[in-house]
Ligand binder design. Structure first.
Ligand SMILES: *[C@@H]1O[C@H](CO)[C@@H](O)[C@H](O)[C@H]1NC(C)=O
Ligand SMILES: *[C@@H]1O[C@H](CO)[C@@H](O)[C@H](O)[C@H]1NC(C)=O
Ligand SMILES: *[C@@H]1O[C@H](CO)[C@@H](O)[C@H](O)[C@H]1NC(C)=O
Ligand SMILES: *[C@@H]1O[C@H](CO)[C@@H](O)[C@H](O)[C@H]1NC(C)=O
Ligand SMILES: *[C@@H]1O[C@H](CO)[C@@H](O)[C@H](O)[C@H]1NC(C)=O
Ligand SMILES: *[C@@H]1O[C@H](CO)[C@@H](O)[C@H](O)[C@H]1NC(C)=O
Ligand SMILES: *[C@@H]1O[C@H](CO)[C@@H](O)[C@H](O)[C@H]1NC(C)=O
Ligand SMILES: *[C@@H]1O[C@H](CO)[C@@H](O)[C@H](O)[C@H]1NC(C)=O
Length: 751
């Protein structure tokens, strides 16, 4: 089915509708400025009317009426409206001038108006590494009823990861649909839903109006979350093993919202939430950049809130803008924000220099050299002419002299991706790229190439300078072991720009060199001239980390179908494997609570549970104007009449963060928390780890549970001395029973 087309309403507008009165009033106001309006630039906006539509048919009419009020006529309203969201949201998207948008936001029935923005994608052995072996205990009958939604670039239905072997028909609750679509072989009992959303003009240059994945990103993330078992999956023999998702029996619902060369727009994301919530998904996985730290004006944050109210958990990527501080995105407290970590494997290649010395580069180079050595030249020495020397240093297009490159290896600094294609395009044999970044993730090359750091770069350039006829050879990549886990250099760091009281990211999962499903419709690098294709490929990014946690959320839910999103999130956070501050000086700002531990997350012992009200209390506490909260709850909130929340952060969050004030000798935070016993009767004792200069106390120090689902409250007081700016101190509170360890990181920092 094509997306949410604007349907013709079944009956004409009721003449007595209050909107007519409004319309007349607004038309009266409008007439004076009409001429100015005509030439004004129009952009897409999303207009929210209420959290839940009353009746779908009526909702659509309401949208048209509200829009007619500023557009002047029903016809104009129809022409400018691109979406009417009626399944889960009461909202619409339309092309509006700034003035029309302002008029709409002044209307009583309008909760909020946001300009439509574009988001970016956050571009198998990892499960064994995480301790979730093939033989892990599963609740298969329930797992088969769990539906994981992927908001991404679509899907490759032919991929072996999405075979429906062993799966019966979709669960009864499922209300989603699936095609037919152009070039889409259709759904099966694995892919039980597929839709695409693109209405900003409808065109898709370089893409196809179908849930088909022409990018590879969506197939990769989907197979990481719920992919079926595929033995002997590999890329050029590398990373060989059984590819699989965390919940290989869970179902997949595909919502294509990201488009080749265009990104992912808010309007389409809201449409995907609108549909997915209605369709009956359990988990929503979003490997897409947020970008707006305001929790009430970001489409992912708003959509995830509505999903949370329906018991659906949203998992999203933290972003790839590390190691810059305060770069983390998708930070709403009702979202699980996932950072990327490395596993114990990397891909290297040996470069043998003409003097017999070997140095090491990073990357996926599938090419075996044909000769023992090739002549080696620097980009600068191969410049087309003296004016081009600076561009030639980076081997930019058209800067090199083909005669000086032919038959040679070229040494370049990293300028743009795809340097090896430039060198190959003019007859070069291969490329050695020097880079100071991105060295923890392996790039795939379309021609012989590797990436080296600047120390090795110096060795090579010194050798080129000193040798009479320098030469080298790049060998095919191989797998090497390394120490893990560690935070990826690129993973976005805290502190959370959305709130000083909320630790983000929440959790880490593997996001470096992850092998998963790809598409045969695109070459491995996407570079011109690349003839390498593969059903599986390696990708890196928080995009890859996110679906690991989405899959784990589905896995946990298969054991505890009635748990709230907050309980599932708490289970995932408090059971994480702590990561080392020795290798990652930004601590929890880089890796959150640590690395996700799927098997322990199923049995957390205690959970920090929360309802909708806690989030509203938190937002009021954060200083959000009660009238801006109406977009979340459907009506204005009077923050002064809301009982203050639980303490310093007003949330029953499983982590704690204290921001030290510069004007105070001592900053104190009182964190009130309440845990629910989800294990058998037990006594839990507290262990506090306080960093130097910080005092942490907990009261009581022992929690006695005589039955399952019993709740117990406690109070944590954190007192910190004034400290230098950007200092980060890590502590923790651990509740221990003979069977369970429930760990909460406590982070103290000074902005
Ligand atoms: C879609 O199918 C048509 C007809 O078979 C084909 O020409 C076209 O290349 C296909 N497009 C994609 C993106 O696969
Ligand atoms: C992958 O591993 C399997 C089992 O260990 C082996 O049979 C197969 O040949 C390997 N494939 C490649 C391409 O190395
Ligand atoms: C350099 O690496 C090549 C390929 O692995 C190997 O054959 C050669 O022996 C190495 N040379 C030295 C000096 O280690
Ligand atoms: C460059 O890489 C080499 C080998 O992997 C390593 O020993 C060296 O410390 C690295 N240098 C820098 C500056 O990272
Ligand atoms: C909240 O925002 C509304 C509209 O912008 C404004 O009228 C009101 O004064 C604000 N309230 C507070 C408490 O800031
Ligand atoms: C908000 O609540 C406070 C306290 O209950 C009350 O005094 C105030 O009148 C309320 N404001 C509005 C606009 O309802
Ligand atoms: C921590 O406790 C010690 C001993 O009671 C006290 O001397 C110190 O000032 C306290 N520090 C803070 C930051 O409260
Ligand atoms: C908890 O503390 C109590 C009292 O100090 C002690 O008797 C008990 O053994 C402790 N339990 C555990 C699991 O450490």
């Amino acid at each position: 089915m094509p997306p949410q087309k604007i349907m013709t309403p079944k009956k004409l507008n009721s003449f007595f509708s209050p909107y007519w009165v409004l319309l007349v009033l607004i038309l009266l106001c409008r007439s004076t400025s009409y001429a100015v309006n005509e030439d004004e630039q129009k952009d897409f906006y999303i207009v929210f009317l209420g959290a839940y539509p009353v009746k779908r048919e009526e909702a659509f009419e309401t949208h048209l009426n509200v829009l007619s009020a500023v557009k002047g006529s029903n016809l104009e309203a129809r022409e400018s409206m691109v979406y009417s969201y009626t399944k889960s949201f009461n909202a619409f998207a339309a092309k509006l001038s700034k003035q029309e948008a302002n008029m709409l936001s002044d209307m009583n029935e309008v909760l909020a108006v946001f300009p439509n923005r574009y988001h970016k994608l956050h571009t198998t052995r990892s499960w064994d590494f995480l301790g979730l072996p093939l033989t892990a205990k599963r609740k298969l009958t329930v797992e088969r009823d769990i539906v994981v939604a992927l908001f991404d670039t679509g899907i490759t239905p032919e991929s072996p990861s999405f075979k429906d072997t062993g799966l019966g028909p979709p669960p009864e609750k499922w209300k989603g649909t699936c095609g037919p679509f152009a070039n889409f072989s259709g759904c099966n009992n694995k892919i039980i839903g597929a839709k695409y959303f693109k209405l900003d003009g409808g065109m898709a240059p370089g893409d196809i109006l179908s849930p088909l994945d022409l990018d590879g990103h969506g197939s990769h993330t989907a197979s990481t979350a719920v992919g079926n078992l595929v033995p002997n999956a590999n890329l050029f023999g590398l990373a060989n093993g059984t590819a699989r998702g965390a919940a290989p029996s869970a179902r997949l619902a595909v919502y294509k919202v990201c488009w080749v060369n265009q990104g992912c727009s808010d309007m389409d994301l809201v449409a995907a939430f609108d549909a997915a919530i209605h369709d009956g998904v359990d988990v929503i996985s979003i490997s897409i950049g947020g970008g707006n730290p305001n929790y009430v004006s970001d489409s992912i944050s708003i959509g995830a809130f509505l999903a949370m109210r329906k018991g659906i958990i949203t998992v999203a990527s933290a972003g790839n803008d590390g190691p810059s501080m305060a770069s983390v995105v998708n930070t709403a407290p009702w979202i699980i924000t996932v950072a990327a970590s490395g596993i114990d494997r990397s891909f290297k290649n040996t470069i043998e220099l003409g003097n017999g010395k070997n140095v090491s580069g990073v990357g996926i180079n599938a090419f075996n050299p044909k000769q023992k050595q090739y002549p080696l030249v620097t980009g600068v020495d191969a410049a087309r002419n003296s004016e081009n020397k600076e561009n030639a240093r980076f081997c930019f297009q058209d800067s090199l002299d083909p005669n000086k490159v032919k038959g040679r290896l070229v040494y370049c600094k990293l300028g743009t991706w795809g340097t090896e294609a430039v060198v190959k395009g003019i007859g070069g044999i291969g490329t050695i790229v020097e880079s100071e970044q991105y060295l923890d993730a392996a790039q795939i090359f379309m021609a012989p190439a590797t990436i080296v750091n600047f120390t090795i770069g110096d060795t090579i350039t010194n050798y080129i300078k000193s040798a009479r006829s320098p030469s080298a050879v790049i060998y095919k990549s191989r797998e090497v072991k390394r120490e893990a886990p560690f935070a990826a250099s690129f993973t976005s760091r805290g502190p959370n720009p959305g709130s000083q009281r909320l630790l983000k990211p929440d959790i880490s999962a593997p996001g470096i060199d992850i092998l998963a499903s790809y598409t045969l419709r695109k070459s491995l690098t996407g570079l011109k001239g690349d003839t390498q294709f593969s059903q599986f490929t390696l990708m890196s990014g928080t995009s890859m980390a996110c679906p690991h946690v989405s899959g784990v959320a589905a896995y946990v839910k298969s054991f505890h179908p009635d748990w709230t999103p907050a309980a599932i999130k708490s289970a995932i956070i408090t059971t994480a494997k702590p990561m080392s501050r020795r290798i990652n000086s930004e601590g929890e700002f880089a890796f959150g609570a640590g690395q996700v531990n799927p098997t322990r997350a199923v049995n957390p012992g205690l959970v920090y549970d929360m309802d909708d009200l806690a989030y509203i209390q938190f937002l009021c506490h954060e200083g959000y104007n009660g009238s801006t909260l109406k977009v979340l709850v459907g009506k204005p909130v009077n923050c002064s009449s809301i009982v203050p929340g639980l303490g310093y952060d007003a949330l029953n969050y499983p982590t704690m963060q204290l921001c030290v004030k510069s004007n105070k000798e001592i900053t104190a935070g009182v964190f009130r928390r309440r845990v629910t016993n989800v294990g058998p009767p037990a006594i839990y004792n507290a262990t506090i780890r306080a960093p130097t200069g910080v005092n942490i106390t907990v009261k009581p120090t022992s929690l006695v549970f005589s039955r399952t689902l019993q709740k117990r409250s406690f109070k944590v007081v954190v007192r910190a001395k004034s400290m230098p700016s950007m200092q980060i101190l890590s502590g923790s509170l651990i509740w221990k029973s003979p069977r369970y360890i429930v760990r909460s990181p406590i982070l103290v920092y000074k902005p």
